[in-house]
Design a protein around this ligand. Structure first.
Ligand code: G3H
Ligand code: ZN
Length: 282
């Protein structure tokens, strides 16, 4: 059934675990995430990012409608989250498209502007019953920028600043920069667990890990133990899908029917989803 992100995150926090949130681009991603979550027997968040909307010719509704129809029929609770929203126009489409939550991303802006924009977004979202996540201290590697080094001083969230930001903006959760980086294709990120501990002790809201594809299993487990309650995964699904499709087409150069390779790609993504959910739960 369709669930609310805020409830899944609250349940995860109460159980001292984390809810997995997967970025979806195609209908095959949607089906794979739900199939993986069903086989793991766990709730899941389906995320549509602003970049994915751009890929879909700027239209949110077709993929959102497919995702909510699939969520309604799922055997586990599935929530819809609009991810990395920079455009106010897109933000305003969230409630009508079935999303219970948004991540408002003004982390590229200087602190004061980020706070002003995020506070306005939070007020707007809360008036419509939406749960809202924001970010402070940019997690590097978005939009083709070079991924910041895991220990780059610029890619860290300052606890005192974050505390003020959360209190002044009124957001429900914060994406923290603790050493992960977007779009990593190797799982080599080293997280700053000391910083995570301080952030978890300082902030009164759930913490979100972005760029989780580049984080090894043991680091993910430690992050959950340290207070991360939502784990965002995107690139790992593309790695699984593209690798499986590439392998299939190399072995079957005569293949024409797109269902042949899309089903192989979809199964590879579903296995990745089930495996990662298992890591977070352990
Ligand atoms: O918001 C989405 C996540 O941060 C995905 O990051 O593609 O590096 O796993 P990733
Ligand atoms: Zn992200």
């Amino acid at each position: 059934p369709l669930a609310a992100t805020g409830e899944l995150v609250a349940e995860a926090a109460a159980a001292r675990t984390a809810v997995a949130a997967f970025n979806v681009i195609t209908l095959e991603h949607v089906e794979a995430v739900i199939a993986g979550a069903e086989s793991a027997g766990s709730p899941v968040v389906l995320q549509v990012s602003e970049n994915a909307v751009k890929f879909r010719y700027g239209r949110l509704l077709p993929l959102a409608r497919a995702a909510s129809a699939a969520a309604e029929r799922a055997a586990v609770p599935v929530a819809l989250h609009l991810d990395h929203v920079q455009s106010d126009d897109l933000l305003r489409q969230a409630p009508g498209a079935g999303f219970s939550s948004v991540m408002y991303d003004a982390a590229r802006l200087p602190y004061d502007e980020n706070l002003t924009a995020t506070r306005a977004a939070a007020d707007w979202a809360h008036a419509r019953g939406l749960w809202i996540e924001a970010e402070l201290g940019e997690v590097g590697g978005k939009n083709g920028e070079p991924a910041l080094d895991a220990h780059a001083p610029g890619a860290r969230t300052d606890p005192a600043e974050a505390r003020a930001f959360v209190a002044d903006s009124g957001v429900d959760a914060l994406a923290v920069a603790i050493g992960s980086s977007h779009a990593m294709t190797t799982r080599t990120a080293a997280l700053d667990h000391d910083l995570l501990k301080r952030l978890a002790a300082t902030l009164g809201v759930p913490l979100v890990l972005h760029g989780s594809s580049g984080v090894p299993d043991d680091e993910l487990r430690a992050a959950v133990a340290g207070g991360i309650t939502k784990v965002n995964v995107g690139t790992a699904l593309n790695l699984a899908m593209t690798g499986a499709v590439r392998e299939f087409l190399a072995a079957h150069p005569e293949a024409v029917d797109s269902r042949k390779y899309l089903s192989v790609g979809r199964e590879a993504m579903a296995r990745t989803v089930a495996r990662l959910i298992g890591v977070l739960r352990a």
